[in-house]
Design a protein around this ligand. Structure first.
Ligand code: PEP
Ligand code: MN
Length: 356
């Protein structure tokens, strides 16, 4: 079983959201094999659906079609498991790798049961991030598999549910995948652009970001006829579309030994460092003033927050940012952090003064 190293970026897994029929499984598997770049095939057999009544997967019957696909292509096959019965069925069917879905990673009881059921089997396990941005659950699931002695454990970043994650289905929150990288430098991390994007047309840009952030590969949902797919129809792409997309992706080098490039980069980084240092000094000055104002408000019996002032600051900075080519979103996020901390500092000042 080939296993990606953390400097690889081409570990590509593809396959349909759900195995739907023998014909569909074999057709898509053979097309993916022909592409030549696919390292493993994925299939959903038991589908965790948010609401009842939707297609819940074919169940164990699909495992024999998946075995056929494995024999006919020579590629390893991978299936999602969400409980002990799924694990047993997959082991019996000689499935090569399993993954835990986002709705399973959220539940430490299920994760532990699955880990115990896999104990003693040398089978790679991929763990998707939980539905919501709680890195502790993702980390905990990885640790549970390590603890039962499973060596090949990888992570799959599939984005996070958010009430409004437009334009995507799940917000990428790349910083969380990068945090996971820092916590487990030895673990390969793949990106599932299909569940992040939620739409075929957005998949390529998510893949490109994944490669540019040095993720180790991709897990993409590919269906011979996406329009008639029984699950996730909007986000599945055809093998042809997949092949074209792979050709359009730019696989950049992680670094270079080109001397003149390195010299110029160093100069630019020095300039950034000096700006960052000014930025921190300016922040320190701003927060010292915030503290002074807090004490002054306390002295005069005035509350911490004056809503109109806060709205006005946001408005003024957004319009200044706009005239300098900065996005409204950046200013908004930045000032939310600054404001949150201003309130925290003034609350401390008020409390201290209260204690006197
Ligand atoms: C899937 O991969 O088909 C799936 C159900 O994904 P997730 O767990 O990321 O929602
Ligand atoms: Mn899916």
């Amino acid at each position: 079983m080939n296993w990606p190293k953390t400097h690889d970026s081409d570990y590509i897994i593809a396959g349909p959201c759900s195995a739907e029929s023998r014909k569909q499984v074999l057709e898509v598997s053979n097309s993916l094999k022909a592409i030549g770049k696919v390292k493993a095939l994925r299939f959903g057999v038991w589908k965790p659906r948010t609401r009842p009544g939707a297609f819940e997967g074919i169940g164990s019957q699909a495992l024999s079609w998946i075995q056929e696909a494995k024999e006919s292509t020579g590629l390893p096959v991978m299936v999602e498991v969400a409980n002990v019965q799924h694990v047993k069925a997959c082991l019996d069917a000689k499935v090569d790798m399993v993954w835990l879905g986002a709705r399973t990673t959220v539940n430490p009881f299920y994760v532990q049961e699955i880990a115990d059921a896999l104990k003693g089997n040398d089978i790679p396990v991929w763990i998707k991030n939980p539905m919501h941005p709680d890195i502790g659950l993702w980390q905990g699931a990885i640790e549970r598999f390590h603890k039962v002695g499973i060596e090949k454990v990888g992570a799959i970043h599939r984005g996070f549910y958010s009430y409004d994650s437009r334009p995507f289905r799940n917000e990428p929150k790349w910083e969380i995948a990068l945090d996971l990288r820092q916590k487990f430098p030895e673990i390969p991390i793949l990106v599932d652009p299909s569940h992040i994007a939620g739409k075929g047309s957005l998949i390529q840009e998510v893949c490109q970001t994944a490669l540019d952030l040095r993720m180790n590969g991709l897990m993409v949902e590919v269906h011979p006829e996406p329009k008639s797919a029984l699950s996730d129809a909007q986000q599945q792409i055809t093998p042809d579309h997949f092949l074209k997309m792979l050709d359009l992706l730019v696989w950049r080098m992680p670094s270079t030994s080109d001397e003149s490039f390195l010299k110029i980069l160093e100069k630019k980084r020095e300039a950034i460092d000096s700006i960052d240092s000014n930025l921190v000094e300016i922040l320190a000055k701003r927060f010292a003033l915030v503290e002074e104002i807090g004490a002054y408000k306390k002295e005069h019996g005035v509350t911490i927050l004056q809503l109109e002032r806060w709205f006005k600051i946001m408005e003024m900075r957004k319009s200044q940012g706009k005239s300098l080519g900065l996005s409204e979103e950046l200013i908004h996020e930045l000032y939310q952090i600054i404001h949150k901390n201003s309130i925290r500092i003034q609350t401390q000042v008020m409390r201290k003064a209260d204690e006197k």
